[in-house]
Design a protein around this ligand. Sequence first.
Ligand code: HEM
Length: 260
Amino acid sequence: MAKTLKSPKKRTAFTTTVFMKRMMAVSGLVFLFFVLFHAYGNLHYFQGELEYDHYAYFLRTFLQPILPFGGFLWIFRAALLLCVLAHVGSAFHLWARNKRARGSARYAVKVSKADHYASRYAMRTMRWGGVVLLVFIIAHILQFTTLHLTPGGHYEHGRAYMNMYYGFQLWWVYLFYLVAVVSLALHVWHGTWSALQTLGAIRSAVIPYVRVIASLVALALLAAFMSVPTAIHFGLTDPPLPAQTYSQQAEAHGINWNNH
Ligand code: HEM
């Protein structure tokens, strides 16, 4: 197709677009692995308070003493931040390019009305879903990582189980997470498909399988992420331990924040 673009300006624009699409696909797939891992990790909540907090503590001690305390988590955060910047940056670039293209060649490509509306619907869902997710991620980090937002109670660093327990007592916190996770599932459902298509991994023979796999992954994310907030909100999990009992039992579970 590049051969048909005669002007060097058009060729450069085409190459940039292909690069942006690939960057979006790769950063999106990295993010997908992160959310799958995160959703699975959250299921440790059902094992109980000390087991769950131990998991959060483990993420900070992982690869010690090769790395300092929290070192692995910081590398991981830096990689995630890079992916978010790449994903949002390429989304913005492609959105601006589409807007320009629509202005000059609105009727250039003939597609059926149904296809036209389907693709516009998917694009809108992706765009607004992406904005919801971005707002969610910022609020989520302020709530559970930095503890600047503490709806529902007095949060403490290191007591992830307790912080979540307090937060999800409130209906609006629960609703906010539900909206974000549904947006994530829709984003993943459409995004997995687009990413594999961009990376050239889709041949007509595998299309039905890709559709089924993308739907299953999106549903699994929805179920895994929402199971914990739902259980907490509807009173199916144990309340957190009193401070003294917790500090007595934490060390026996290998959790020792005082050493760091
Ligand atoms: C119901 C769903 C979710 C729950 C209950 C949840 C819970 C948590 C908790 C408790 C932490 C803090 C972990 C720690 O301090 O070790 C955390 C961190 C984080 N979560 Fe979630 N999460 C959910 C969904 C999501 C989603 C959908 C995303 C992304 C789209 C996400 C992205 C993150 C990020 C980026 C961090 C920060 C990791 C760090 O830097 O420490 N979470 N989450």
